[in-house]
Write a protein that binds this ligand. Structure first.
Ligand code: UDP
Length: 215
């Protein structure tokens, strides 16, 4: 019996990951979407199942890739996955480039045209979207999300659950003083980040500045 692989999330992110997983699995597994919305029975030719229906397939070994941009939801689903003893899939596009001494934690989704150079450490559940790059000596935490086209230069340290918007540029740090993006920070699209970003803050613009908190 073939293994069963689910992409959790049939939204924009999941639909971009399914073709990569299909290519990676080379027909050796059955592929479905898992989604809680109940909006559609099929998406792009694949069945969409609820989590409960997925779990009911007890005759097969099961694993999921969690393809939802919101990192808090990714973490919730991962906890649910662990509780159900379902496996976790890494999806790494064949036309991404990963160079020397790069460690990437479990549950990653690495999109086409991503480049990671050398001596990089990345935690679990990293989403690195289309055309982003990660340069030498970067340290990236767990559940970090890069939208498409992020330019993350050398010696940048990024905390857990940070989100970096499309086209943002993170200036390089150096070995003695890395550029730090704090945990849970949000970097707006197109931002040019030249200084450290505090945990939980939202920055945007060129040079990136902290946005006033909502009142
Ligand atoms: N979703 C889900 N369970 C959750 C949260 C989200 O199944 O707890 C699904 C949601 O129904 C939607 C998808 O995840 O189909 C998210 O898609 P969206 O296009 O909103 O965001 P993205 O794909 O960019 O993360």
């Amino acid at each position: 019996m073939r293994q069963l692989y689910g992409i959790y999330g049939a939204g924009g992110c999941g639909r971009g990951v399914m073709p990569l997983l299909a290519e990676q699995a080379e027909g050796a597994v059955e592929l479905v979407f898992v989604d809680d919305s109940g909006k559609a029975d099929r998406v792009n030719g694949y069945p969409v199942w609820t989590w409960e229906a997925f779990l009911m397939q007890t005759d097969r070994e099961k694993a999921i890739a969690i393809a939802i941009a919101n990192s808090e939801i990714r973490e919730q689903i991962n906890r649910k996955r662990q509780g159900a003893a379902v496996g976790l899939i890494d999806v790494i596009s064949r036309n991404s480039v990963v160079m020397d001494d790069v460690e990437i934690g479990p549950g990653c989704l690495i999109s086409p045209f991503v480049t990671m150079t050398s001596n990089i450490r990345i935690g679990s559940h990293f989403h690195c979207n289309i055309g982003s790059y990660v340069e030498h000596d970067c340290r990236i935490g767990n559940y970090v999300t890069f939208a498409p086209g992020v330019r993350c230069n050398g010696n940048v340290h990024i905390g857990d659950h940070a989100y970096v918007g499309s086209g943002a540029i993170l200036r390089n740090g150096n070995a003695d003083k890395p550029l730090v993006i704090g945990a849970g920070a949000v970097v707006g699209m197109g931002a040019v980040v030249t200084r450290d970003v505090a945990s939980g803050s939202v920055v945007a613009g060129n040079p990136a500045r902290e946005m006033a908190p909502k009142v």
